[in-house]
Design a protein around this ligand. Structure first.
Ligand SMILES: [Zn+2]
Length: 337
């Protein structure tokens, strides 16, 4: 038996930390002894039974992004992986659709998620497809859990937008977990960064910061701070109004990219200005295996430093979910072992 956080029905009161049967690694899978797992918006959607969480069958062990050590392997997996320190890539591509066939697993039409369609890592043991268990080198488990879901997504966003050295990148929502990673990655790519947030930011002397609690204020502040515009507007605030203000600041050939839409989803654009200025609008979700690998390497190499806001023991995971919204400036981590 292992301790696991099981959601038995929708609602946080139906979340139980209890002893369940120990999972076994199936063919092509590895069994991971979990040290840490992160708290994510998708967990809250699952608990509430809304959005992408509505279709998931219960009961389910939660936890998208566990980190730990491989303790057993299933048929067809190299047994030398036992003992490897890993972090788990949350998304599992179907491997059968036309997007997977083209090597675009982040855009797979039928991808599933660990801790969603299959049992996750808020448990002492979790079985995952061997390819999802990524070597975390010498990274601390909590840092790896904090990085594996957020860093590759913003890496995907910046790579898809084709950010080049010397370009100017606006990051809206820069104070949060995704935003901090986006600022650090854009700097690493050699971009000049403008970071916008509702809260005052301290990101060092080489980052221009703009405080803008609303889209109208963002437009005004950008016109003042960068009157000649930006090349890329990356929104991670999930607020379409902020993205629209970023689009308004794009110069010739600019790209707007967003990887969240949770606050306000109706996007208004001036179509005429959009095509005359040769602009592009890109939606990015998830990341492919190579981007997860690069994201973890960038963290292990110290290029990106994920912030951890608070840690909870597994027995208090319900409190971690309940208080998630209070921790906007870093990742919330659950210590499983
Ligand atoms: Zn697929």
């Amino acid at each position: 038996m292992v301790r696991a956080a099981r959601l038995t029905a929708h609602g946080l009161e139906a979340l139980r930390v209890e002893d369940v049967a120990s999972p076994e690694p199936g063919p092509g899978e590895v069994l991971v002894a979990v040290e840490t797992v992160g708290v994510n918006q998708l967990d809250l959607n699952l608990i509430a039974g809304v959005g992408p969480g509505a279709a998931v069958r219960l009961p389910r062990t939660l936890g998208l992004d566990p980190a730990g050590t491989i303790v057993a392997v299933g048929d067809g997996v190299d047994s030398s992986r036992v003992g490897e320190r890993v972090v788990v890539k949350p998304n599992v591509p179907c491997g059968a659709c036309s997007w997977c066939a083209r090597g675009r697993e982040a855009d797979c039409l039928a991808q599933t998620v660990i801790g969603g369609q299959r049992d996750g890592g808020a448990a002492e043991l979790v079985a995952v497809p061997h390819r999802n268990a990524v070597d975390r080198r010498d990274l601390d488990a909590a840092v790896a859990s904090a990085a594996v879901h957020s860093v590759p997504i913003v890496l995907n966003a910046l790579e898809t937008a084709g950010v080049a050295a010397g370009e100017r990148v606006l990051v809206t929502g820069a104070g949060g977990t995704l935003g901090q990673a986006a600022v650090q990655l854009a700097r690493h790519l050699g971009a000049e960064v403008v970071a916008a947030s509702r809260q005052p930011l301290d990101l060092g002397a080489d980052v221009t910061t703009v405080r803008a609690p609303s889209p109208a204020e963002l437009a005004t502040e950008l016109a003042r701070a960068v009157p000649d515009g930006v090349d890329v507007a990356l929104d991670v605030s999930g607020h379409a109004g902020m993205l629209a203000a970023g689009v308004g600041a794009l110069r010739w050939g600019g790209r707007a990219v967003f990887c969240s839409a949770s606050v306000e989803t109706s996007l208004e654009l001036d179509a005429r200005a959009f095509y005359l200025r040769r602009l592009r609008l890109i939606g990015v979700a998830s990341a492919d295996h190579a981007q997860v690998r690069r994201g973890i390497d960038l963290v292990a190499d110290g290029v990106v430093r994920p912030a951890i806001a608070r840690r909870y023991p597994l027995d208090r995971i319900a409190d971690a979910y309940r208080e998630f919204g209070e921790h906007r400036t870093g990742k919330v981590i659950v210590d499983v072992a």
